[in-house]
Design a protein around this ligand. Structure first.
Ligand SMILES: Nc1nc2c(ncn2[C@@H]2O[C@H](COP(=O)(O)OP(=O)(O)OP(=O)(O)O)[C@@H](O)[C@H]2O)c(=O)[nH]1
Ligand SMILES: [Mg+2]
Length: 228
């Protein structure tokens, strides 16, 4: 089976831009796909983000197995991250994110208040692979449809600041993959969940991988989707 790879030039540039802007933000929102949380994490990001406080955002929870999502949340919390599961597509408000961010940055906010800044603000950067819903999450956060979204990977091409209110600003960034998937099932999972442009892989082999997975793990769901 041909290896799946997709790391176009704009992603290398976007990765450098993440590195450049990191010093401007207080925390990072790492958005992953709740159906494949670990496969949809860019391994290059740990090195780039380093020790910056981070919230793992498991988005598209409406499409995932809720029991598995609970297990993933526990897994990330055990690793020392804050973690939440959301459905940005249908949620009206995503207040949990700014609330959690303020809680995490409490010490800094208190310090600024003690220096006389009445409403100290926070800045967050949103990162993740293509099509996991970063721009959708941020639009919900600012309660306006500012960022362009779409159901194909590579919609956001440039970084963009969005302002929720005086106290919370978020930076939207283009989805970034990495030069080589070490584990070839990662390529299949990312192709199936829409993170990879469908022109760069063979849909029959990816489809076969998906069919085999659903036959084993969710046979009833498969039957319901195609046979009933
Ligand atoms: N079902 C479901 N769909 C979602 C959710 N969040 C976003 N989407 C959809 O996923 C697609 C991708 O959303 P975007 O916000 O454009 O994704 P992105 O991560 O910004 O993508 P890039 O800019 O390409 O990196 C869109 O069709 C959204 O409507 C969710 O929680 N559930
Ligand atoms: Mg986007």
């Amino acid at each position: 089976m041909a290896q799946i790879q997709w790391f176009p030039g704009h992603m290398a540039k976007a990765r450098n831009q993440v590195q450049e802007k990191l010093k401007l933000v207080d925390l990072v929102l790492e958005v992953v796909d709740a159906r494949v949380p670990e496969a949809s994490r860019n391994p290059m990001m740990n090195q780039i983000v380093g020790q910056k406080p981070r919230i793992m955002v498991l988005n598209k929870k409406d499409l995932a197995d809720s029991q598995k999502t609970a297990e993933w949340l526990a897994y990330y919390r055990k690793q020392g991250y804050e973690a939440i599961a959301i459905d940005a597509q249908h949620a009206k408000r995503l207040q949990q994110i700014p609330q959690l961010a303020r809680q995490m940055m409490k010490a800094k906010l208190e310090k600024q208040k003690s220096r006389g800044i009445r409403n100290p603000g926070l800045r967050a950067m949103c990162i993740g692979i293509p099509n996991v819903g970063k721009s959708t999450v941020l639009n919900r956060l600012v309660k306006k449809n500012i960022a362009v979204t779409g159901n194909r990977p590579g919609v956001t091409k440039n970084q963009q600041w969005l302002t929720a209110d005086d106290t919370f600003q978020v930076l939207d960034t283009p989805g970034i993959l990495w030069p080589k998937f070490e584990d070839e099932t990662v390529g299949n999972k990312l192709a199936l969940t829409g993170a990879i442009a469908d022109t760069v892989y063979q849909s029959d082999s990816v489809g076969l991988y998906g069919l085999t997975f659903f036959q084993q793990a969710y046979p009833q769901a498969l039957r319901k989707a195609y046979a009933e």
